[in-house]
Design a protein around this ligand. Structure first.
Ligand code: GLN
Length: 538
């Protein structure tokens, strides 16, 4: 039987609940326990797939094709376990499944109510995650802030869950803010006291408090929190601000958070295996060199829209002892006649065009791909970044002036990027992209193969449009190599340029599989090429 840790948030959002949950999971794994993670999002969307990144940051995709909250990216990067459909639960998913069951007649005779029908459905999702993963400990993070009307039923479910499972099988971690008042120069505990009261009103007593504060807590503040919160002082864990998020598990470990959890669960407190993590932190804190990589997108003022790409770049940098400085380039800016592109890319040693949807800023991205190709600057294209690279090549090398994607011009005469037959019949927008893992076969003797050193790979997808194979021979005759192909569909997965130091682009999202201690092969080879390019410039 599994044990369950629930992570809630108080006072305000943005306190790092996701990192807290991930750190706890990492520390429990380091003790030899099998862990699994879940995120509850209280919104009514079935998944974040149709949301703008402005609303919710990037959409993370699991190997089995679930479009999820970006916190799942943190989870996977910290615990290095592949999560799945059971890992992201939204109110939208829960309600639609209960209503579907009602229509089918599963509850004939009954009045369908929030309690017990919705709460039972949520409970089942927790049990399902435990049984399908076979984990010893499931860590579930609840989105939003305690007291939100949206999450009320989720919190009610957790109350019932604890009543059913008892203290020895469930543990509540409450992350909270301790504000500091300049002037009177003191830390204030009242907002936290109030959010604990709010939790109790919902029938939940937290076991551990994780506090975010700009300065260390004084003994007096800890005593007060312990007294008002009915929480043992040693269960108050300080989350001090850090430069490098991978430091957080170690800060928690130094305060024995995992021992407190294991003790409550009556599980053995074994020795932690954290050497690899200490090594990582040492690397991150002592990077010798720095290079600039341009990331060309339309949400560059919003770094969370490219969170996994940003992390994957950093991971590849760690491998080469190099700090990656990101030059955030707004693609719409590149479209303006007055813009001096040369100046924008002046210090840039590699250009990355990430995924995206819609036509806004697309010509700017095509210009960025062109700049990289013509100036022999290393280029990595991801999803839309592969599509724009192919369009650029078709237009400027193959002289197909009208080349574009059907996404940007449904009536185009040169649909280099097109809708496949199976996508043409689709009417619903939600959940109907090509999602999750697909197999790809790599051609030996290419830069792509040199990166992967493997013939068969699996990568995660999230897109609707594909390279149009009708143009394959023409583009190949001009020097475009199709280095990764999905069989049996014959869809193009990876391309590279023959006569270029490093110009590689893929239809999938390699960033989702990058780990701090194990950079993704395409990111690693891209950064290696960028470093080489930087040296050649000196
Ligand atoms: N908009 C493109 C498509 O749907 C690319 C998607 C992406 O970059 N994730 O195919």
């Amino acid at each position: 039987m599994a044990k369950f840790v629930f992570v809630t948030g108080g006072v305000c959002s943005g306190l790092g609940k996701g990192i807290t949950a991930s750190s706890i999971a990492l520390l429990l794994k380091a003790k030899g326990y099998k862990v699994f993670m879940q995120k509850f999002d209280p919104y009514m969307n079935v998944d974040p797939g149709t949301m703008s990144p402005i609303q919710h940051g990037e959409v993370f995709v699991t190997y089995d094709g679930c479009e999820t909250d970006l916190d799942l990216g943190h989870y996977e990067r910290f615990i290095d376990e592949e999560l799945n459909y059971t890992s992201n639960i939204t109110n939208g998913k829960i309600y639609s499944s209960v209503i579907e069951k009602e229509r089918k007649g599963d509850f004939l005779g009954a009045t369908i109510q929030i309690v017990p029908h919705i709460s039972n459905e949520i409970k089942n999702k927790i049990y399902e995650a435990a049984s399908s993963s076979g984990a010893d400990i499931v860590i579930t993070e609840i989105g939003g802030t305690v007291g939100d009307i949206e999450s009320a039923v989720m919190m009610e479910t957790l109350r019932q869950f604890r009543a059913e499972q008892g203290l020895e099988n469930t543990l509540f971690v409450h992350t909270t803010l301790i504000p500091y008042l300049f002037g009177s120069n003191e830390l204030k505990t009242k907002p936290t006291q109030n959010s604990i009261i709010e939790l109790r009103r919902l029938g939940i007593q937290p076991d551990i408090l994780v506090t975010r504060a700009p300065v260390p807590l004084t003994d007096h503040v800890k005593e007060k929190l312990a007294l008002f919160g009915s929480i043992p002082e040693q269960n108050i864990i300080e989350a001090v601000d850090v430069q490098n998020i991978y430091q957080i598990p170690i800060n928690f470990h130094n305060q024995h958070i995992e021992d407190i959890i294991l003790q409550q669960f009556g599980l053995k407190i074994t020795k932690s295996n954290l050497d690899y993590w200490y090594q990582l932190i040492d690397t991150v804190d002592n990077l010798q060199d720095e290079i600039e990589i341009a990331l060309v997108g339309k949400y560059t003022e919003l770094e969370d829209a490219y969170l996994s790409v940003k992390e994957a770049l950093k991971h590849a940098g760690y491998k080469f002892n190099t700090k990656i400085k990101i030059n955030w380039v707004n693609s719409e800016l590149l479209e303006k006649d007055k813009t001096n592109i040369q100046e924008i890319f002046q210090n840039t040693k590699g250009i990355l065009v990430p995924g995206g949807f819609g036509s806004r800023g697309i010509e700017g991205k095509i210009k960025a791909a062109n700049y990289a190709r013509v100036h022999n600057i290393p280029y990595l294209g991801i999803c839309l970044g592969m599509q724009v690279a192919v369009i650029e090549f078709a237009r400027n090398v193959c002289k197909l002036k009208e080349a574009t994607s059907r996404e940007f011009n449904p009536l185009t005469t040169e649909p280099i990027i097109d809708l496949m037959a199976d996508q043409k019949s689709i009417v619903n927008m939600g959940g109907t992209l090509r999602l999750g893992n697909y197999e790809c076969t790599i051609t030996k003797g290419t830069k792509t193969y040199a990166a992967y050193q493997q013939e068969t790979i699996y990568e995660r997808h999230r897109h609707r449009y594909e390279f149009n194979n009708k143009y394959k021979d023409l583009l190949a005759s001009k020097g475009l190599l199709f280095t990764g192909i999905n069989t049996p569909s014959n869809l193009v997965e990876i391309i590279e340029l023959k006569n270029h130091p490093y110009f590689v682009a893929c239809q999938f999202h390699p960033e989702f599989k990058s780990r701090p201690t194990r950079p993704h092969p395409l990111f690693a080879s891209f950064i290696a090429a960028a470093i080489k390019y930087a040296k050649s410039q000196k």
